[in-house]
Design a protein around this ligand. Structure first.
Ligand code: DHE
Length: 538
């Protein structure tokens, strides 16, 4: 099993478990070293779905009362082979664990979970580094590259970001980021790139500098998945590039930062009551976050409580938060075409929730299929039904089209699934189109079928009744995540493998245009074009 870095987090965890010892459970034994290794692997591979406290979310609860009756051998096999419910086979499928590794984890999940330490402002401040203060930065781009067509690419297992010039396809820069960096956003100006690692380390990169440079970093917690900037400019003020926010998994909270320096300003806990049964939840994690363009607000989705928070950042000393009841297990999502409605998957409830950021109320809850996973989704005009928002599904080989603005004002179709499109596999993670394109691209990254993992399905959105094209793109790794260039005529797709590649397609002809196979492209996953991401074009 690969021992991955990230010393600080490990040391905090190890510190936390020292006193627990390893023989707390008389039937299940792990040496201290084995326990530490299993604890690290649980954080790295399992906590995202099952929760730090193992109480369950996207995956089921893994508490000793439930695990002990199953026993070590059966649990080992499940971890190694995966489940019908969608968990990858960490040995047989993804090939990262030996049987021995799986057995160690099987024992670990029969032991009492350890509550990780909190991470208060003092801890956060101790990690804050400002490499280049705002007044030492250039006032205009210092290179002649078309920086608005840069792509920042996540190099997951390297804990780095590649900046690729979209015009020349050159890797311009590779920057260190957090461990297993998860997602990226830009400031509204596009100049600043914000990154967030799974270890909750946020970094800020200045795309105008030559060479491009990471100018600030901070660790807002122990586990995180989302980051966003402040995008509002209007009569309520100018917040462009002023603030940023990180959504933590642990401690369950969001942390508001200065957008130009990442100086931590305020921590807000998300611990509260589930929207439906009104039970106190100790670990309600922050999933996706987007910044409104029409109000100084972030839409912050809290997974376990099913609450969507509209956080008004215009006065963070007197913070106003609108708390909208929606559905549990909120995960990823994006804007509708008008950017008034935010649509987010409640994946374990098979639903997409739409929230109206104008009235600040729930707009609709739509059942779409088994485990919707839109990424940020895709918006286009269905010739028959009008504007739709598309989501693929982890649990079925289909993309659902949810009507967001019916053709001819036909209110009957609003917030209904007007079509379900068949795709080449289940395990779908992302979809993408562009206002200038007539294609809808769909991946099936986590399908159990190897051909599907390595293919994309492409629909002609002007002729949705026609059979889609299935393009097999690789004979190794998995295909994941599509992104358009600024002009909307190229699609960039990752080959997610140890030595990965980016395939560039001509969107019009659906032919391969280029392959970027720089040796630094280790496990490329998400790609974010500056222009499209800063303006939320998808
Ligand atoms: Fe992600 C987005 C959480 C597994 C790649 N992922 C997101 C978002 C959340 C999330 C909350 C939305 C951020 C936003 O928009 O503000 N992801 C999780 C998990 O909890 C989960 C299920 C398990 C885990 O432990 O992390 C998980 N995600 C994965 C993967 O296995 C992927 C494919 C590779 C990886 O990094 O481990 C992966 N997630 C991504 C990417 C995005 C993302 C590339 C951004 C997509 C976009 O276009 O915006």
């Amino acid at each position: 099993m690969k021992k991955l870095g990230f010393v600080l987090l490990v040391s905090i965890f190890i510190f936390a478990i020292m006193d627990i010892g390893v023989a707390q459970n008389t039937e299940v034994q792990l040496s201290k070293k084995e326990y530490q290794s299993a604890n690290w692997e649980y954080f790295n591979r399992c906590g995202g779905c099952h929760g730090m406290l193992r109480k369950g979310a996207t995956g089921p609860a893994l508490t000793p009362d439930k695990m002990k009756p199953i026993g070590t051998e059966k649990l080992t096999k499940t971890i190694f082979d995966g489940t019908e419910g969608g968990m990858p086979g960490w040995g047989a499928g993804v090939n990262v664990y030996t049987m021995e590794d799986a057995r160690r984890l099987a024992k670990y999940i029969q032991m009492e979970p350890v509550t990780p330490p909190e991470f208060n402002m003092k801890d956060i401040k101790a990690t804050w580094k400002l490499q280049v203060p705002a007044d030492k930065r250039p006032t205009k781009p210092m290179h002649n590259r078309n920086w608005e067509n840069f792509f920042a690419v996540i190099l997951r297992d390297a804990g780095k970001i590649a900046i690729i010039d979209g015009d020349t396809k050159e890797v311009v820069s590779v920057q260190d980021s957090g461990f297993a960096v998860h997602t990226l956003r830009y400031s509204k100006s596009g100049r600043y790139l914000y990154t967030i690692g799974r270890d909750a380390k946020a970094t800020l990169v200045d795309l105008w500098m030559d060479p491009i440079q990471t100018i600030a970093e901070v660790k807002t917690g122990l586990d995180a998945r989302s980051i966003e900037s402040s995008k509002y400019k209007g009569r309520k003020g100018d917040y462009i590039d002023k603030l940023a926010v990180v959504g933590n998994y642990w401690p369950p909270s969001y942390v508001i930062l200065d957008g130009l320096t990442l100086e931590p300003l305020k921590i807000v806990s998300t611990r509260s009551y589930t929207y439906d049964t009104q039970e106190y939840h100790i670990e309600p994690r922050v999933a996706s976050i987007v910044a409104s363009h029409s109000d100084p607000e972030w839409v912050i989705n809290v997974k376990e409580t099913g609450l969507i928070l509209l956080v008004d950042y215009s006065d963070i000393k007197n913070l106003k938060v609108t708390q909208i009841e929606s559905e549990r297990f909120l995960h990823d999502g994006g804007w509708d075409k008008s950017k008034r409605y935010f649509l987010v998957a409640a994946n374990m409830r098979d639903k997409i929730v739409a929230v109206d950021t104008k009235t600040k109320k729930l707009a609709a809850i739509v059942e779409t299929g088994v485990k919707p996973h839109p990424g940020r989704g895709a918006n286009f005009k269905d010739p028959e039904y009008g504007w739709v928002y598309a989501t693929p599904h982890l649990g079925e080989a289909a993309v659902a089209l949810v009507c967001t603005k019916p053709k001819g004002g036909n209110a009957e179709n609003l917030w209904k699934v007007v079509r379900k499109l068949k795709v080449a596999g289940d395990g779908g993670l992302f979809v993408k189109t562009h206002p200038k394109s007539r294609h809808l691209w769909v991946d099936h990254t986590l399908s159990k079928d190897v051909d599907a993992q390595r293919s994309v399905t492409v629909y002609d959105i002007k002729n949705l009744g026609a059979e889609p094209k299935i393009l097999k793109l690789a004979d190794r790794g998995r295909i994941v995540h599509m992104e358009y260039n600024k002009d909307g005529d190229e699609v960039w797709i990752s080959v997610w493998d140890k030595q990965g590649e980016i395939i560039v397609f001509d969107d019009k002809t659906l032919t391969e245009k280029a392959r970027i196979n720089d040796q630094r492209l280790v496990t490329p996953t998400g790609k974010f074009n500056v222009y499209n991401t800063r303006l939320d074009i998808y």
